[in-house]
Design a binder for this molecule. Sequence first.
Ligand code: ADP
Ligand code: MG
Length: 445
Amino acid sequence: MQETSQEQVLWQTILGEAQLTQSEGNYKTWFEPAKLVEIDGEKIIIAHPNPFAKNQFEKRFNKDIVDILKKNGFNTPIIECVSKVKKKKDRVEVTAPSEPTVTVRSAKNISGLNPRYQFANFIVGDCNDLAYAAAQAAAAHPGERYNPIFVYGGVGLGKTHLIQAIGNEIINVTPSAKVKYLTAEDFVNDFLDHIKNKKGGFEDKYRNIDALIVDDIQFIAGKEKTQDAFFHTFNALHQQNKQIVLSSDRQPANIPTLTDRLKSRFQMGMMVDINLPDFETRCAIIESKAAGFDIEIPRATTEYLADKIKTNIRELEGAINKLLAFCEMQELEPTSDVAEGILDDIRASIPKHISPRQIIKKTADFFELKHEDIISSSHKNSRERQIAMYLIRSELRLSFPQIAREVNRKDHTTIMYGVEKIEKAIKFDAAIRDYISAIREKLYV
Ligand code: ADP
Ligand code: MG
């Protein structure tokens, strides 16, 4: 614990500069909790309680710190970041780094937030940097900057993590803040419960708070009464400059049967999307998740997993957990070969089998239609029908006549035409692309 004054002075200098040059969020998350533990010639060792810090310091702040050090007489400084809580090699203390030390635990029950979801353990890449920056700004200035903030993107890409991080950060900074997180489904159920049991107090429940975070808001579409209730809640909060945070699997404009007035409310603040992570970001995520384990993950294995799992971070996380837990138990090194076996295992346990009927059902559900609407021959819903045909074709590789039978058509050329139409539309129509990837993600869950 004893630090020489030289180290303290130098660290204070770095902190001072960082405070001026870094965003408040970055400063608080990355610099404030860090300590300079050792100066060894030109090498500076920084300890950080957050196990993801190593990565972040190397990727994002290395150059800034090097610049500061150069100004302070180090010619060729090398920075090494170590995790303060854990030394992997000699297996000392084990902590759960996926839960950084935070003060929100006591507030959990009221807020509905999970303290696991923090900005500090959210890996930032090209796919989510705008969303991350907007979320940080909203958390730093609740109700002032981006209101509402609307985060959208595919399944398992970090929407829940990011919007909960906003809530957790608000409470971290202002422990007395009243933050409420819930899913749109919870909101619907609570609303119905109040109506059914003639309970009062629904309005007050969601209006006397400082920040309301509603996950998967697309769920309220089509539910008229609930949408009305949410509209009034939204307005009441917005008028008082209370922060509203929403997430959805797609943009408001692409949520069918969402009332126009809610669409326009949702679009009046900041809309940001989260995209599929690129290879580098996937590697960084793997490393950060692996930091929670007592064994080191070799770079080759990281790259192997990043290459194999591209579209869903939740899946990636599941694979890492399974692999490392297995290796820890068996005292094996997590090589790519072992990883391959684990992935085969995971894949085998996912029921790959899906019927054309299920695809039609999921497509119908997605557009809030009935199975009959998709297979009927009316001109209405022809786009939705074509999407279902396209999905049957691309997922199951059925022949056109086979698909024709599934959707009650005599003539399979209609099917060919429909599938081709979607194949073309995918190239230039982002909404269609969004729909298809959203439905596809729902097919196997
Ligand atoms: P969504 O709500 O978009 O379906 P989640 O927020 O539930 O996705 O994310 C799925 C899992 O992946 C969570 O455990 C989350 O912590 C993790 N995750 C997603 N994005 C990131 C990220 N950028 N950095 C670290 N973990 C992430
Ligand atoms: Mg979610």
